[in-house]
Design a protein around this ligand. Sequence first.
Ligand code: HEM
Length: 467
Amino acid sequence: MSHATPSSQPAMPEDPRARRKLPRPPGPPWYTAVSNTVTFARQTLSFLRGLREHYGDLVTLPTVLGPWILVFHPDGVRHVVQENHFNYRKGGISHQVLRLTLGNGLLTNNGDSWLHQRRLIQPIFHRERIAAMGRLMTESAASWTEAINIETQQPLDLFPQMSGLTLDIVCKALFGADLLEYKERVFQASGAINHLEAQALYMPGLLFLPTPQRQRLYEARATVSTVVDALIAKRRARSTESDLLTMLLQAQDEETGLGMTNEQVRDEVLTLLAAGQETTANALCWTLVLLSQHPDIEARLREEYTRVLGGRAPQVEDLPQLKLSRMVLEESMRLYPPAWAFARSAIDEDEIGGYRIAKGAYVLLFPATTQRHPDFWEQPDVFDPERFSPERSAGRHRFAYFPFGGGPRICIGNQFALTEAQLILATVLPRYQFRLLPRAEVVPEPLITLRPRGKLLMTISRKGGQP
Ligand code: HEM
């Protein structure tokens, strides 16, 4: 940290009067609020980097929506999400926007209600259950591989392709075969929701006033809700499937024996559909982009697939042997973390790194900036998967890398996502080679997730005589 780190500080002043004497984190003057908001919306990532370089690891950014506290140092991240997490709840504008569609699901819930739901849902994401889903992940990836038509030589827009594939997998995992007839409707509606929510992050009035956009958002949410409600009703009547929906419906509190209401199950399902689809699709897209830009690493990855799989379909049991594949994915999520930012609201006054955090402050954490912090990463902008080898990872700050967050609210789907992404890559890459068009520039666009701006056009060619 360019200022003293929390760990090297004396213990936080217990006396609130002493704490009140601490300075606010430095930052641009208050009268720059309008230009800060515009620059943040237009040049988010370079603006954040500049703020860190200029003001240090903890910054107060005046905006038209009020001051924002930007935490760049891993010690500060750890303080907010782990050490003093009781003081930081989900709140602020991003939270309100997400709540419009996700209601009181796990991602947007708080306090005792969140803890209760997290305890109910956690066992569903147990490692063994995810391993059991490996087959459906590989089969979906194989069907996608067979369905794409590469004979036309036309470049494909990869982002909708990968979103379709990850939605397919999360739907099958959640609902078994039941959702198939509604899939197209859910795909259209969740695309519309993502788009509208992203717009509203910088223009909250779009959704909080009676605008056409708000109308469209409500219609899209109603479409998905109707489908989910129908599936819940069907499943309550007959529960022979052993998918996530059945588990949600059967989950019971150990102490009270109570299960979830239909409304709560619906919010949880909408949350899992939303949180589990676009994030993983982005991780896959960025990995394919990086491999296209680094053919030497791609060639080594193919060797690994040939050596470990020898042309057969991958299984969950193969993943520990696919070491380079895992490092490639980790490095891709370091450079382009799909959840590039997330936020908290301070319940009470606090201290981070010798600075005062006001009660109610809107506190933002940025994997996209911290994961390229030069004090923690050598040549931070270079794609170098080997930095995730056990030797080079030893001693690294736990919160220098946090694509899935951390502390009690760490992503519940992280094992699901890692398994899914690796199985998809191990199915698709031995068969096909993906290339960006000549001179194509891929620009990251930080919306709700970090996606490639515009169309991600890539040509696909067959590789290695595979069927
Ligand atoms: C590469 C893929 C993914 C990334 C990068 C990612 C990232 C994250 C991050 C950073 C958080 C924490 C946010 C915060 O602390 O404010 C989170 C939470 C969450 N994620 Fe993921 N996620 C991914 C995939 C998934 C999948 C596949 C699912 C479910 C199928 C999922 C479900 C959730 C849920 C429910 C939460 C809220 C957990 C809680 O607050 O208790 N995510 N995710």
